[in-house]
Design a protein around this ligand. Structure first.
Ligand code: PLP
Length: 388
């Protein structure tokens, strides 16, 4: 059949976003204006928290969260190894140490059981990442945090609108962190947000994001330029209004694909089990390639492309295999590791977390974006089932 190539993602912005951005440009007010304030209020209300602070990327939001909680040199932060690098670069930006815990084989999110094994007297926080639109086991993670007096910073960069036990992620931990990068559920081009019920923390984050300034001249603390601009915020307001519609379509498409694919017992893929406690928003519509049956994810990606279906395939390696971790070299002088007693230096070289090792590079994401029609979905199913 001669048909158009099915892309894994398409632009989700249009005339409405262009109109509000144009309005800001013509106003000449680019910084710290009414759009940022309104976007913060509306986003906080969407997530169900008291307050929020807009910033210029998800990475900035993560870094700010760690900075405002005074997580610093020598502190340990427990993270999953299957995520985007900035979940852990933010830890290094505070000179703190990422400690990796294994993930669940179905949700691909950090395993509470394994978190418990990684806690030491130096642990200060846990960053569960709600990967691919799913949610980590937040009740158990919050229980651990309470027992051990730890902060929980939810990385929701891939989970805008995802719910755990009826509560939106980003409103369950102490702080939630979002990204509005171009490919996310909703976008401001580049952008991020911190959400929390703790108004004092959010007040502090607004100071840190603006050079640590408390008035025109006085810098109360070490700060950064992490401010969101007015054009991004105006765009964010329009996109936030569309978010539920986008999510409904992603969910509908993904559930249809997974249900139809699940009818056949294919040897080359496994469909991860979905939890009934979670409203998954399917940033990815995931399949696990069965490498133990001799199939390779790289081969699958290429073959599907030849058949006109683009798929996602990240993250190829656990983050502890990245150079800066293997060589303990985030900074040229060896910080944060050189300020540790020898016994506290993590041994990333020999670390092997079984579920992460089995899954990294072997999860693919099928196209599930809101613009797909029924014929597209049927074509994807045919291509997937007819592959081997
Ligand atoms: C899980 C995760 N955390 C953090 C980030 C960082 O967000 P940003 O690209 O907006 O800095 C991303 C973005 O790609 C992400 O996927």
């Amino acid at each position: 059949m001669n048909r158009e190539f099915i892309k894994v993602a398409v632009p989700i912005t249009g005339e409405e976003e262009a109109a509000v951005v144009k309005e800001v440009i013509l106003s000449g007010n680019f910084v710290s204006g009414k759009n940022v304030v309104k976007f913060e209020e509306e986003f906080a209300s969407y997530i169900g928290v008291n307050t929020a602070a807009a910033v210029n990327s998800g990475t900035a939001a993560l870094h700010l969260a760690l900075a405002l909680l005074d997580i610093g040199p020598g502190d340990e932060v427990i993270v999953p190894p299957l995520t985007f690098m900035s979940t852990i670069t933010a830890v290094f930006h505070q000179n703190a140490i990422p400690v990796f815990a294994d993930i669940d084989k179905d949700s691909f999110c950090i395993s509470p059981e394994d978190i418990r094994k990684r806690i030491t007297t130096r642990t200060k926080a846990i960053i569960p990442v709600h990967l691919y639109g799913n949610s980590a086991e937040m009740d158990e993670i919050m229980r651990i945090a309470e027992e051990c007096n730890l902060y929980v910073i939810e990385d929701c960069a891939q989970a805008h609108g995802t719910e755990y036990m009826g509560r939106k992620v980003g409103g369950i931990g102490h702080i939630g962190v979002f990204s509005f990068f171009a490919t996310k559920h909703m976008t401001t081009g580049e952008g991020g947000m911190i959400t929390s019920n703790n108004e004092e923390w959010v007040r502090k984050s607004r100071i840190i994001r603006n050079h640590g300034l408390i008035n025109r001249d006085d810098h109360e603390c070490l700060g950064y330029n992490y401010r969101m601009n007015e054009m991004a915020a105006a765009m964010g307001l329009v996109q936030l209004n569309k978010l539920d519609y986008f999510n409904e379509q992603r969910i509908k498409n993904s559930l249809f694909l997974l249900k139809e694919l699940g009818r056949k017992n294919s040897k080359w893929f496994r469909i991860p089990e979905l939890s009934k406690d979670i409203k998954h928003t399917f940033f990815w519509c995931p399949l696990v390639v069965n490498t133990e049956n001799g199939f390779s994810a790289k081969d699958v990606v290429e073959k599907l492309k030849e058949r006109g279906v683009e798929v996602r395939q990240r993250y190829q390696e656990p983050l502890y295999k990245q150079k800066v971790l293997q060589e303990l070299s985030p900074y040229p002088n060896g910080c944060p590791f050189t300020c540790q007693p020898e016994s506290n230096i993590p041994d990333y070289k020999s670390l092997k977390l079984p579920n992460v090792e089995a899954l990294a590079g072997n999860i693919i994401g099928l196209p599930n974006h809101p613009e797909l029609n029924h014929e597209d979905l049927e074509y994807i199913i045919e291509a997937v089932l007819g592959l081997y």
